[in-house]
Design a protein around this ligand. Structure first.
Ligand SMILES: Cc1cc2nc3c(=O)[nH]c(=O)nc-3n(C[C@H](O)[C@H](O)[C@H](O)COP(=O)(O)OP(=O)(O)OC[C@H]3O[C@@H](n4cnc5c(N)ncnc54)[C@H](O)[C@@H]3O)c2cc1C
Length: 339
């Protein structure tokens, strides 16, 4: 009798799940070979990196391929510019540390984001005022249908807030193989984010180096966010909602001190955490699932939760925020499998 492989260790929420088949992929050649197999076709194949942005239901039919490809290279450009290319299976934070060790500036605000390099473009990871799209030069990706490898320049990736073509219009079609980032030997400080500025003041050093900014980012993140190695979570469970200026104006009377970030197109990005908090969910738990007391956007597995438990709790938050404020919250993680 064969046993379905477990995915518990491959998702940071730590929910129990199985797959028909689990494959660890260590090279592009192995990936190409896998894609020729009948059980690894589009629709039956789920590609994972660190499993830090997914919710798994009980069983994932088909093949789950975890990318474990390695390699980071520096290529000197003109003047201060330096391009760094990293394989999809490298850890994102490992790459950030590597670039800091080389004295390069560009990724310091994105320190300590869990997960892999290959998943970073998928939702255009971002934190503390910087997004991947600000640094990405190009990426290479394999077409799941043909095995062909294509290079995409930044402008071809369809990047938007927590989105890209690889997550939306071309979801499931491409497997990202490596990314090339444009960094600099000169410091390019992006420290407008209030919490980050405050932390830098606390650190009290006058010269802003990439390593110092990264240290401040890491301190803020450690204070605010649960460490997935200790408390199961998938980071932000919802995207920050973007609404029209008139909707935002209507909300001001309902939510005192409404957090509003004006977007270029006249729309307004709200803080999902604030709406969840005001809806009374902060530090609230429903059995095995709860809201992280220091960041209402993060749902945590308090022990023994299933993917269905987490999704049901998320749904109760969505329904309440919709009822109170008329704002629809969109899930950030990808959901896979069946119950
Ligand atoms: C504590 C915590 C804090 C977080 N903070 C942030 C934050 O500040 N900013 C932010 O943007 N995100 C944040 N996240 C979310 C998460 O870390 C990122 O989305 C990360 O990029 C996910 O990487 P992963 O390798 O774990 O992806 P996975 O969870 O393995 O996969 C996520 C999605 O990407 C796809 N995918 C994975 N690898 C590839 C590939 N090589 N090619 C194509 N598709 C692929 C998967 O199929 C899936 O759809 C946080 C998560 C946690 C747990």
């Amino acid at each position: 009798m064969s046993v379905a492989p477990g995915l518990d260790a491959f998702n940071t929420l730590g929910v129990p799940a199985t797959a028909d088949r689990l494959v660890l992929v260590e090279s592009e050649r192995a990936l190409q070979a896998l894609l020729r197999e009948p059980t690894a076709q589009r629709g039956e194949l789920v590609v994972l990196g660190g499993g830090s942005n997914i919710v798994l239901k009980r069983h994932v039919p088909g093949t789950v391929a975890v990318l474990r490809t390695r390699g980071m290279q520096i290529e000197a450009g003109r003047g201060e510019r330096v391009n760094v290319t990293a394989a999809a299976g490298e850890s994102w934070h490992g790459l950030v540390r590597f670039t800091l060790g080389q004295g390069l500036s560009g990724l310091e605000n994105l320190a300590l984001i869990p997960g892999s390099v290959g998943a970073a473009p998928l939702q255009n990871i971002g934190a503390y005022g910087v997004e991947l799209a600000d640094r990405l030069v190009s990426l290479r990706a394999m077409d799941v249908d043909s095995g062909a490898v294509t290079e995409f320049q930044r402008g071809e990736c369809g990047f938007a807030y927590r989105d890209s073509r690889f997550k939306s219009s071309d979801a499931g079609r491409f497997i990202i193989l490596d990314v090339t980032l444009g960094l600099s030997r000169e410091v390019q400080p992006a420290v407008d984010y209030p919490e980050l500025r405050l932390e830098l003041q606390r650190l009290g050093r006058s010269e802003l180096s990439p390593a110092l900014i990264a240290e401040a980012v890491v301190r803020v993140r450690r204070r605010k966010l649960p460490d997935p190695r200790r408390v199961g979570n998938a980071g932000s469970f919802f995207k920050n909602p973007v609404v029209s200026a008139s909707v935002a104006e209507g909300l001001r009377s309902k939510v005192s001190g409404l957090v509003e970030h004006r977007q270029g197109d006249g729309e307004v990005k709200l803080s999902a955490a604030q709406l969840i908090d005001r809806a009374g969910f902060k530090a609230r738990a429903a059995g095995k699932v709860g809201v992280w007391p220091r960041q209402a956007l993060v749902l945590v597995n308090r022990g023994g939760a299933s993917g269905a438990d987490v999704l049901a709790f998320g749904q109760s938050i969505r329904a309440e925020v919709q009822r109170l404020y008329g704002v629809t919250l969109e899930l950030e993680p990808q959901v896979y499998g069946v119950d």
